[in-house]
Design a protein around this ligand. Structure first.
Ligand SMILES: [Zn+2]
Length: 463
């Protein structure tokens, strides 16, 4: 059993006014809302909870039905929430909040749903900060002191601040009703949305449980992000490993061959898929060369300013696109073999050192890309109930996949074999097996999972 999560996005229409987009006042209201909530969050994080850190660590005693006795547990987020409200908010029961902490006076008529979301955010942030600081203090290191939590976040729209009626409305008249702040007061405003069939389909899928959306604002766009969760039934790896019919899918991630996927059953490779990068590495290298040259020409970078934004964004999008596509091909292979286990090598970094700056940057990007492919492929495969296992990568590219002996990598240059570390081909001097080096590494992934050959578990030394 496990849980899969995904995000379904609904864009607010900020297009041209005469084409149905929101007007400028409405846009300004979104920014004002986010700003106001950030300030409210700052009130709770920086002022309130950090000043009362001991309350967060409080233990409460309760009566356990299971053990039939009084026990202790950490204070829950809901209890903290009501405690914080009692201390800072003016109500009939608590007409006088603590002096200096009067939230109601500082943020008059902030809707209570927003107030609660802000307090919950603050509790989460301060709690994680406190626990991080505690581990840092325990470690005794000088470096890596966790910084104070920031107040920025995407506001969560709980019930009472957001209404959506897409089902009844006709096309072109779809709106999201949000409670926003226009600088003076809080009011309901209708925002036109870009509602696609794709969004509606994803929203309606019964297996996915929908949670409260968050409002995500960027320079050009504004969107509602709906987190969705789904319960997934998956077998435990320990159980599947005992099954003689088990199919394993191993993936070797590389730079030029982005992924080499091999499928094995009954100790035989039954399918192989090579996913190439279609020249991505080369293209990215050229862009990075241009960036490196521009950086060199303009000298020392200005602090707090980003250079070459468009080029970097392009590189990022290229990587993102490639990662999604490769993850898709991996998931497609997995889908053909229900109940299979997906094997990834624990990612090693190809260290970017030496060579030119652009080459180092390109190496770094390639590492990023491999990480992304790994992550996306895991998520996609898990949706179909496929579990991923990380296997020991030691020597997967150096040892022979047929006999398990140490082999060598070579390449052809001008018709003659040269033995090099980065060679594209693999040769085993013991059984004279010759293959593509990435394929060999991918097959070794299965051996590593089943702990065969060189990956045998060594007997534990006693004493
Ligand atoms: Zn061999």
């Amino acid at each position: 059993m496990g849980q899969a999560t995904r995000t379904t996005k609904l864009l607010l229409d900020l297009g041209k006014r005469d084409q149905g987009g929101a007007n400028t006042d409405k846009r300004a209201a979104l920014d004002a809302t986010a700003l106001e909530l950030t300030q409210a969050r700052a009130f709770y994080i920086i002022d309130f909870f950090l000043a009362h850190a001991d309350k967060l660590a409080e233990r409460v005693s309760y009566y356990s039905e299971k053990h039939l006795q009084m026990r202790e547990r950490a204070i829950s987020a809901n209890e903290l929430l009501s405690w914080a409200e009692a201390c800072t908010v003016v109500t009939q029961d608590h007409p006088d909040p603590w002096p200096g902490w009067n939230f109601s006076a500082r943020f008059p008529d902030l809707p209570f749903a927003y107030r609660r979301s802000v307090i919950k955010d603050a509790i989460g942030k301060v709690r994680s900060y406190l626990s991080q600081r505690a581990t840092w203090e325990k470690s005794g290191k000088k470096k890596g002191k966790p910084g104070l939590p920031g107040a920025n976040d995407h506001p969560t729209l709980y019930q009472g601040t957001c209404e959506l009626s897409l089902e009844e409305a006709k096309g072109g008249e779809r709106f999201a009703r949000l409670k926003v702040y226009d600088g003076k007061r809080w009011q309901w405003v209708n925002y036109p949305v870009v509602c696609s069939r794709y969004f509606q389909q994803r929203q309606r899928e019964p297996a996915w449980e929908q949670q409260s959306p968050t409002l995500v604002l960027s320079k050009q766009t504004a969107a509602l992000h709906f987190p969705q969760t789904k319960q997934i039934q998956a077998k435990k790896v320990k159980e599947s490993k005992l099954d003689p019919e088990l199919v394993t899918v191993a993936v070797d991630l590389n730079v030029k061959h982005l992924a080499v996927i091999t499928v094995r059953q009954h100790q035989q490779i039954i399918e192989t898929v090579f996913v190439t990068d279609h020249g991505l590495d080369q293209q990215r290298y050229r862009h990075l060369k241009r960036i490196a040259r521009k950086q060199w020409l303009s000298g020392k970078p200005v602090a707090g300013e980003h250079s070459n934004q468009q080029l970097w964004r392009h590189v990022w999008r290229m990587n993102e696109d490639a990662a999604r596509k490769v993850a898709c091909s991996i998931a497609r292979v997995c889908a053909q073999y229900p109940g299979c286990v997906l094997l990834f090598e624990r990612l090693r970094k190809i260290k970017p050192k030496g060579a030119s700056k652009s080459r180092r940057m390109n190496r770094k990007q390639a590492n990023h890309l491999r990480g992304k492919i790994n992550q996306y492929a895991r998520e996609k495969a898990f949706l179909a109930g496929t579990v991923t296992v990380e296997v020991n990568p030691h020597g997967t590219s150096q040892y022979c996949a047929r006999c398990g002996q140490l082999g060598e990598r070579f390449s052809y240059r001008a018709g003659s074999r040269i033995k090099v570390k980065w060679g594209k081909l693999f040769w085993c001097p013991h059984c004279h097996y010759e293959a593509n080096a990435d394929f060999n590494a991918s097959v070794n992934g299965h051996h590593s999972f089943f702990q065969e050959f060189h990956w045998k578990t060594r007997p534990k030394r006693s004493g």
